[in-house]
Design a protein around this ligand. Sequence first.
Ligand code: UD1
Length: 423
Amino acid sequence: MEIFRVTGGAPLVGEVAVSGAKNSVLKLMAVALLAQGRTTLTNVPHILDVTIMCQVLRRLGCEVTHENDAVTIDVPAVPGNEADYDLVRRMRASINVLGPLLARCGEVKVAHPGGDSIGSRGLDYHIAGLRQMGAEITSEHGFVIARAARLTGAKIWLEFPSVGATENLLTAAVLAKGTTVIDNAAREPEIVDICAMLSSMGARIHGAGSSTLEIEGVEELKPVTHRTVSDRIVAGTWAFAAAITCGDITIRHGVAEHLEVALDKLTTAGASITRDDSGFRVHMPNQPKAVDMVTLPYPGFATDMLPMAITLASVSDGYSLLTENVFDARFMFVNEMMRLGAEIRTDGHHAVVHGKSWLSGAPVTATDIRAGAGLVIAGLRAEGVTEVSDIYHIDRGYPGFAEQLASLGAKIERVSAPDPEFP
Ligand code: UD1
């Protein structure tokens, strides 16, 4: 078992570079299934989840290579059509093969992913939308089984702008007969990225980035080379890390336009933010001032940034009210923050945080990717040593996290520690 040992104190100062978005590339890899032949994705981050998605595609009969920052996927004429629980449980993005495989193969069997550590994560919008497009869907022995000789275009209205449902419906609709309209669609930059790749493959999509997507189905798509959009959550993590540690970080390849609400909150907290063509810089000269934050679908404040928001509030001057509207169990992270001395009270999906200048180092456990990053950064603003365990979560989403932190002046080391259950 490996842990991060963090010694608090130093502000983070310097420059980091952000690579492609985890939440985009995994979905783009599933999009590749829509066309026979070789698709290449560039600006791919070096994270564990990409390795797992490569395995998912190999099990579906694709030849996959991952070298430097590129993944090449050679899709056979008839790909496999089953994603088992073992894969879906390891990485939820595996369910993104549902739409493309149904469109390509006419039948698909994907294990139901169930919930995870950030909350319950349903599939009902995915299923309802595919049924509207003519799919027959059953649930058997933990699998969702979908069949449709050819899907037909439909008018679909999503109850909530779900990212996953928008992706699965969009990637099913591109090869359907006729036109599909998805209303109340998700507007995240990662959805725009998928639309850009699909369009260059020959799909006809209007309204990318708006809440109405109109998709005219085509007979066939062709493989392409596509560059993955920059990771706004990683860029946002660095922006908050600068504010939390009273530091000064220049975030190269960070797209400030994808983080407007988050950067506005940092400005209210006292940071100065400057933008140029290659990224943006966040400088926090003094202890941050408390600000209220509410998570919402894009372009609102991202739920993935909630741990960073809680950490910021915990070291700010005053009281902050934080509200989580997307995932019901995100506040699990609060218990770990309280071990670091944070003063937080939660009630339902609200948390009131009483900030203080410094936290107090302690052993804590990463419960998911973003919570893990939040705890490491909290440790940098804590007196003494913080040991963060279960750091494999962090490896799933942050390429070279410890190395990048060290380059900014953080005292952090990755060390082997005995597993407490098998000392
Ligand atoms: C979500 C985030 C996305 C983030 C990703 C990774 C939102 C809106 N989505 O996407 O920004 O990058 O996690 O952490 O912020 N739901 C249902 N039934 C469904 C589908 C979804 O009830 O069929 C619910 C979920 O339980 C959740 C909400 O809708 O409460 C949003 O889900 P969704 O956007 O689909 O989640 P992800 O695609 O994982």
